[in-house]
Design a binder for this molecule. Structure first.
Ligand code: GLU
Length: 446
């Protein structure tokens, strides 16, 4: 069986961390099996779907490296829905209903008042032909419901395990509005059949939809796909705040987060596998399996994302970042500075530490004297061989300094900052002449 998944966002908004995770799991499920990952734009809500969001969704998926191998738009497929609807109508599986919103709301309240579940009473099915004609003559256009079978509905969810619903305990869902427009449930099934989707992967808020959709697959004579319902995403404190939940790709990118870091985190939170930095989305495939995904909510923590971003940068080759680096950062510099960056933007400060101009530190008299000694030592150093090791070796022996007293004045003098990339990597890049000049400046000699 070829695994075919689809990511089905509604272009009524931008992608956020929650649906990026869904896209990622769809992508991994397909790609781990050499299958296909498709994009389906659920844009039947013409009023709220925008072209701008469609463009943003495609661009964000590309930025993430989750490129679909095909795309369909529901708004292009109304003829397909119409045909399937006719089949269901002919088979008596969809039926017209003429109740208004108010009538339905009263019915629900009455049921609840009697301690009964608010299930639609199928009054529409009991109308005589005459009564129906009268309603139609009065100009009341019907909405349409799918008639559920009163049978048990069961499936083994790839994440949640065995699931059981009773068809008799569910309300016949409305599938089409009186103005002819479609609700989500039925077109999704028609598309999943047409697109030969083997695995429907989505959030657990869709579990009860799956129960009724399974009967729709059956009513349309189709095979039932596999289902995997992912646990919700929550914030570090147990609930996903509006702000965190709504964090979009744009904001993440502006914060300097690499797509690999976001994917690395979203792939592993809520699973039995550890969060590890990755250089490319494909690195996630060997660790992917539905049974690794837990039923407990997955915790998304933006601090963890920042930490993973730093570890991710450490892995990224020059080619992955070169377009975004400040001019002057070549591959050698990149490899030297990447272990200490939190974001690619920090490369600018690291470059200044190498190329200058730096601000000479304001050192205590004994540290100035120490820098003078360091300048002399630097002048007679063999710069071809690990100069930092050579320099601190000489100074340790001559001054007896060690630890912070040894390293900090040198770092301040040589880079103008008290932190940054490893000095062993930086010093050869700063080079002999600049190093001596900076040490002399810090010593007050220049
Ligand atoms: N457009 C639906 C949603 O975003 C798709 C659900 C599904 O994957 O079937 O919730």
């Amino acid at each position: 069986m070829t695994v075919i998944t689809r990511f089905a966002p509604s272009p009524t908004g931008k992608l956020h961390v929650g649906n990026i995770r869904t896209a990622l799991v769809c992508w991994m499920a397909a790609r781990a099996e050499g299958g296909r990952f498709l994009l389906r734009l659920d844009d039947t809500d013409r009023a709220r779907s925008t072209e701008e969001n469609v463009v943003a969704i495609r661009r964000d998926l590309e930025w993430l490296g989750l490129v679909p191998e095909g795309e369909v738009r529901q708004s292009d497929r109304f003829a397909l829905y119409e045909a399937a609807f006719e089949t269901l109508h002919a088979a008596g599986r969809v039926y017209p209903c003429h109740e208004s919103e108010e009538e339905l709301s009263i019915k629900r309240k009455v049921a609840l008042g009697r301690g009964l579940p608010p299930i639609y009473d199928r009054a529409a099915l009991k109308l005589s032909a005459e009564e129906r004609q009268k309603l139609e003559a009065d100009g009341i256009r019907p909405h349409w419901r799918f008639r559920l079978d009163a049978a048990p509905i069961e499936w083994t969810d790839l994440i949640r395990g065995p699931q059981h619903f009773e068809g008799a305990a569910l309300s016949d869902p409305v599938v089409r509005r009186a103005d002819g427009s479609w609700l989500y449930l039925l077109p999704s099934v028609i598309d999943d059949i047409d697109m030969k989707i083997s695995h429907v992967v989505r959030g657990e808020d869709h579990v009860s939809n799956t129960a009724v959709q399974i009967q729709m697959f059956e009513a349309l004579g189709a095979n039932i796909p596999n289902f995997a319902h992912m646990a919700l995403l929550v914030g570090a404190d147990g609930k996903l705040s509006k702000r965190e939940g709504a964090i979009g790709v744009e904001a993440i990118r502006t914060d300097g987060i690499e797509p690999q870091a976001l994917l690395g985190l979203l792939a592993r939170i809520g699973t039995s596998e550890p969060v590890v930095p990755i250089a490319a989305p494909e690195d996630l495939l060997p660790g992917f399996a539905f049974p690794h995904m837990g039923r407990a909510p997955a915790r998304f923590d933006s601090t963890e994302l920042e930490q993973l971003n730093a570890k991710t940068l450490h892995l990224l080759p020059y080619a992955a970042v070169k377009d975004r680096l400040p001019g002057g950062v070549d591959e050698t510099i990149w490899l030297a500075i990447r272990p200490n960056l939190a974001t690619v933007a920090d490369a600018q400060a690291a470059l200044v530490a190498i190329e200058g101009p730096i601000t000479a530190p304001d050192l205590a008299p004994e540290d100035r004297a120490f820098c003078a000694e360091a300048a002399t030592a630097a002048a007679s150093l063999d710069w071809a061989e690990a100069p930092w090791i050579g320099l601190v070796g000489v100074l340790k022996a001559s001054t007896g300094r060690k630890g912070k007293a040894l390293f900090l004045p040198l770092r301040l003098a040589l880079t103008g900052r008290d932190h940054g990339p490893e000095m062993a990597a930086l010093l050869p890049l700063i080079g002999r002449d600049r190093a001596i000049a900076r040490l002399r400046l810090a010593a007050g000699l220049a």
